[in-house]
Ligand binder design. Structure first.
Ligand code: SF4
Length: 502
């Protein structure tokens, strides 16, 4: 199979850089549902432009290219070992080319393998079938949305919804609770795969395989088809909205399967995927490994642009912040302000925050802004270049953030999904703000990076290192200010009330 590795490399590249048509169609349908000029409307505009830029430049749609998960069907006689080896080679090469971020971390040592290969990564699901060709489907699902997956053992009590019993009404409550609980942390609007029944481990696996269905298909089981339609309608009434900013589009797809269960168990498993729903597939010739056709695509239909306008239109009302930032400038900001950042900033996420709790920073952070971001970076000669640089989910830094702000004089934190009460109180006391970037908009933000000025703590791996960036017109929205206001707390409260009304 001389073409097998190159075919799989093409599958990985296309999956990471070109959103499938059904997801594009769902996002195109979502866009007019939000009012232009609102935070939700702006988020969808930026996302649309980002999808187009990624396609045009064959660059990662989101910097978190996730856990590569392959679903392989093959005729008898085809070797799993050969496919596994070729897929691993393709994954390593895609990482070297910057189509995948190095994402495989040893869970005991914390060391990043650097090539997306390691113990149990990538993930393979092999199955034989009676057709003559090989079929390979690939899902790239990032950590932010993976962390918002949820599993319920019913009966259970759910906030705002009361008791979920062992029937379809109970299942409906669990699914709605999962969408509500995700808020913006999984980069809403999302799509969910659900499994009713099975055991804990297989229930989650089956929920994820529902994400292999196209968003516009019809469930062959009428009862489940009805439930899917009802969830879509109700979830979009809760008001979580794009990025959790509040709005009418929280969900772009809901796909549900049912599996038999043990008499004693009743699980509802929900796999949440973000708007950057990267899933593609190919059919391969079993003799040569060449691609015979693409799945999820109509070869007669060209890729359509998602954005309605070129670039993101600025209104002139944006506030420009130049780093280092003064306390007065930060205290003047309020929730809802759109801020353009110029100057220097540093990335810092899980490893950096853990490090800063025990060690002084490698640079002076007074007046600085830290960006919760694990970028895709490539080195050409001695210079690093930013290939993808959207925000990561900030809530993971909640235990550390207020201390890091107070200790080192930070004035701003950029991330997505918002942070909690401890950080909000710390910002009020120290004089700092939370600036929300648009989750998944990795190309939009990579374009705002003028230069990589340096890197510290690279021993943590590329995504976890502290990158020193020079940025221009880096667009963010204040969602937590230094006066104790949090858009995230407001939306969570309002949506909990709306959930109770369903
Ligand atoms: S769009 Fe958001 S949730 Fe999805 S992979 Fe990117 S950062 Fe993670």
């Amino acid at each position: 199979m001389q073409f097998l590795t190159s075919s799989l490399l093409e599958l990985i590249t296309q999956t990471s850089t070109n959103l499938p048509p059904d997801v594009r169609a769902a996002m195109a349908k979502a866009a007019p549902m939000e009012t232009p000029g609102t935070q939700a409307g702006q988020a969808l505009e930026i996302i649309a432009g980002n999808v187009d830029t990624a396609y045009e430049g064959e660059a990662a749609i989101c910097q978190d290219t996730g856990m590569p998960t392959f679903y392989v069907h093959m005729p008898p006689g085809v070797s799993q070992l050969v496919i596994r080896k070729a897929a691993c080679e393709a994954v390593a090469e895609a990482t070297r080319r910057g189509k995948l971020r190095p994402n495989s971390v040893d869970s005991l040592t914390g060391k990043n393998s650097g090539n997306n290969l390691g113990e149990e990564t990538p993930i393979f699901h092999f199955e034989q079938w009676e057709e003559n060709e090989i079929e390979v489907k690939l899902i790239l699902k990032g950590g932010g949305c993976e962390n918002t997956n949820a599993q319920y053992s019913v009966p259970c009590e759910l906030r705002s919804l009361g008791r979920a019993d062992r029937n379809l009404e109970g299942v409906r409550k669990c699914i709605l609770h999962a969408v509500w609980q995700a808020q913006g942390q999984g980069c809403a609007p999302g799509a969910i795969g659900v499994c009713i029944g099975s055991d804990r481990a297989h229930g989650y696996a089956l929920a994820k395989t529902q994400l292999l269905r196209t968003l516009d298909d019809m469930n062959p089981n009428p009862e489940l088809a009805n439930l899917e339609a009802r969830i879509m309608e109700e979830a979009n009434r809760i008001g979580v909205g794009p990025m959790g900013f509040g709005g009418r589009v929280s969900l772009i797809g809901c796909k549900i399967a049912a599996a038999n269960r043990l008499p004693a168990s009743f699980f509802v498993s929900v796999a949440y995927d973000c708007w950057a729903f990267r899933r593609l597939g190919v059919r391969l010739d079993p003799a040569s490994g060449a691609i015979t056709r693409w799945l999820y695509r109509d070869p007669d239909r060209p890729v359509e642009k998602l954005a309605k306008t070129e670039g993101f239109p600025l209104t002139g009302r944006e506030i420009v912040l130049t780093t280092p930032v003064s306390e007065a400038a930060v205290r003047a900001l309020k929730v809802g302000d759109v801020v353009l950042i110029n100057g220097e900033m540093y990335t810092g996420r899980d490893s950096v925050h853990a490090y800063l709790m025990k060690n002084p920073p490698p640079v002076d952070l007074h007046g600085a802004i830290i960006y919760h971001c694990g970028p895709v970076m490539l080195k050409e000669g001695e210079q690093w270049f930013t290939k993808a640089a959207g925000p990561t989910t900030s809530i993971r830094e909640e235990p550390y953030q207020a201390d890091v702000i107070a200790r080192y004089g930070l004035r701003g934190v950029i991330g997505k999904g918002g942070m909690g009460a401890k950080t909000l109180a710390g910002m009020k006391e120290s004089g700092a703000v939370y600036l929300h970037a648009i989750g998944g908009a990795a190309q939009f933000y990579a374009q705002a990076v003028e230069k990589v000025l340096g890197v510290h703590l690279l021993e943590f791996g590329v995504p976890e290192a502290m990158w020193h960036l020079q940025v221009k017109n880096f667009l963010t929205i204040v969602t937590m200010d230094a006066h104790g206001n949090s858009l995230h707390a407001e939306v969570e409260k309002a949506t909990a009330e709306a959930l109770a009304q369903l």
